[in-house]
Design a protein around this ligand. Structure first.
Ligand SMILES: Cc1cc2nc3c(=O)[nH]c(=O)nc-3n(C[C@H](O)[C@H](O)[C@H](O)COP(=O)(O)OP(=O)(O)OC[C@H]3O[C@@H](n4cnc5c(N)ncnc54)[C@H](O)[C@@H]3O)c2cc1C
Length: 496
């Protein structure tokens, strides 16, 4: 049974929602979390992640404070570098082509460090991302790309930790409880209409925080807003993020904002299921493409695979793959770089071919013009220059004279065995959403606050355009979840 009222109702039980719930509870108000999914599938996209958080740290002391388990040996053997506010601002500006909302971006960047410490205080543990974000060179690990910290136990560990903390703080989490509509009048929010295990009930609330994710799992909205062809994309994460939170808010006059035709989309196993599979998590992704060349059905390259570190290109290359004939590509590697491939290349459910000659390899690339593919590989090999290869830096080892260059990490594909992996477009989340102010309050189409309504996470618009720096989704969910929960809790406390 759901309670008939709660001071604060949170819609969703992913990272943003649970951070909002924990923050609201700090005001000593009653908090109810409504999660559409059954408990076995709960936790949204957040649960599918590896748990990588992009956060500011000035040096190893900040990391040690966040991860007290770091050993003296790890510290001695690792160059963690720094990730300053300036670098985070630069990355957000550059990858969004300077369209990111300045107020939201500033909150994200300047609150990232404190928010991580706050989560740590709630019992969430963090660890360095040795496996994916640091390569060992000359006996020492070096982190690159501004992404250094992940939640212990990845996304599942994060959701489990946040849910445990929520229960400990007296927060009720209700599963199979799908928020259907907001109840509101001229004075603002009054509650939520909920479909709970087949029955429709109204829950009165002083404040509501929407954190129900984007609309990526809604094929009709994808086609409507992202454009023709997007109904053919695979969804990397939860099947439950169908835009409910956005729709409910728009129905009562909320303002849409941000990059409604944009989304975070990556190269994803061509034969992955339509939605994410919690047993596989994010392992259908294939993120070592900077060390590959990618060929489409015509046997042609179509993008600069080495334009930048993976963290700054992967989120926009899914769209590029979707735009290829029959929406697929093959990533081609030779033996020189196979040891650099991320763990996700070694799972059982992978679309992979292997061969000892290039002729044999191209014949195995299903759906590809083999003759053209061979010619493309040979032309690529002939265009590689002689600067030394170094995966830890943008090494400038570029091709010369190709119409589509490869700007870094360009190695000849000449050493057997050769391996190729087939990918299609996997959509992670959508960028368009609701307009909020600096207190995470939802604004209406006149730019006025809708009293009692707050939003956080994927369904907030305005932060990301065209692209996204890896690890920012969880960080944004936590920063704005905490902000929304604090604002909602404080307001609810003051209401009679
Ligand atoms: C495979 C994969 C890997 C990723 N890796 C990373 C990473 O390492 N680092 C990173 O920063 N980001 C990563 N992301 C992106 C990240 O997952 C999201 O940006 C972030 O988790 C969004 O959090 P959220 O709380 O807004 O949404 P979610 O975690 O998706 O939570 C939304 C919740 O709302 C619920 N819901 C939906 N509709 C309703 C309704 N009507 N009523 C009640 N509940 C509802 C859903 O069931 C869900 O639990 C990854 C995403 C995927 C899919």
């Amino acid at each position: 049974m759901l309670p008939s009222s709660s001071d604060v109702v949170i819609v969703g039980a992913g990272n943003a929602a649970l951070c909002a719930a924990l923050a609201a509870a700090e005001s000593d108000v009653s908090v109810l979390v409504l999660e559409r999914a059954p408990e076995a599938e709960a936790g949204g996209n957040s649960r599918f992640t590896a748990g990588a958080f992009r956060c500011v740290y000035e040096g190893v002391d900040d990391l040690k404070a966040l991860m007290p388990d770091l050993t003296a040996e790890e510290i001695a053997n690792t160059d963690f570098g720094t990730y300053t506010q300036e670098k985070f601002f630069d990355d957000m500006g550059r990858v969004t082509e300077y369209r990111t909302d300045p107020e939201l971006c500033e909150l994200l960047v300047t609150r990232s460090k404190d928010t991580m410490r706050w989560m740590q205080g709630k019992g969430i543990r963090f660890a360095p991302i040795y496996g994916r974000q640091a390569f060992k060179v000359d006996g020492k690990f070096k982190f690159w790309g501004g992404l250094t910290v992940e939640a212990w136990g990845g996304g599942p560990g994060l959701i489990q930790g946040l849910t445990t903390a929520a229960r400990k703080d007296g927060i009720t989490v209700a599963y199979e409880a799908r928020a259907a509509a907001l109840i509101a009048d001229d004075d603002g929010i009054r509650g939520v209409r909920v479909r709970h295990r087949g029955k429709t009930v109204d829950v009165a609330a002083k404040c509501v925080v929407l954190a129900a994710g984007g609309f990526q799992a809604n094929a009709e909205w994808r086609t409507r807003y992202l454009g023709p062809g997007w109904e053919l994309a695979k969804v990397r994460g939860t099947r439950f993020n169908t835009g409910d939170g956005i729709r409910m808010a728009l129905d009562i006059g909320a303002q849409p904002t941000g990059n409604w035709s944009g989304g975070h989309a990556v190269g994803w196993d061509r034969n992955a299921p339509e939605f994410g599979d919690l047993d596989v998590g994010d392992n259908f992704q294939k993120h070592s493409y900077p060390f590959s060349i990618m060929l489409n059905a015509n046997g042609e390259r179509f993008v600069d695979e080495g334009a930048d570190f993976r963290n700054y290109t992967y989120a926009k290359y899914g769209r590029v793959i979707l735009n290829q004939p029959s929406q697929f590509a093959w990533q081609i590697f030779d033996a020189k770089v196979l040891h650099l491939l991320r763990d996700e290349y070694r799972i059982k459910r992978v679309t992979k071919v292997r061969a000892d000659t290039l002729e044999e390899l191209v014949a195995k690339l299903e759906g590809v013009d083999a003759e053209k593919a061979l010619a493309t590989i040979k032309a690529f090999n002939a265009a590689v220059n002689i600067i030394a290869f170094n995966p830890n830096i943008k090494d400038g080892r570029a091709t010369v004279g190709l119409p589509i260059p490869k700007s870094n990490w360009a190695n000849k594909i000449d050493t057997p065995p050769f391996e190729a992996y087939a990918v299609t477009c996997g959509l992670t989340f959508t960028f368009g959403g609701l307009k909020i102010d600096g207190a995470a309050r939802v604004l209406d189409t006149d730019g006025q606050v809708i009293p009692g309504l707050y939003a956080a996470g994927e369904l907030v618009g305005g932060l990301f355009y065209f692209n996204y720096p890896g690890g920012t989704g969880l960080m944004a969910g936590s920063v704005f979840g905490k902000l929304a929960g604090t604002s909602a809790g404080q307001r609810a406390k003051q209401q009679p």
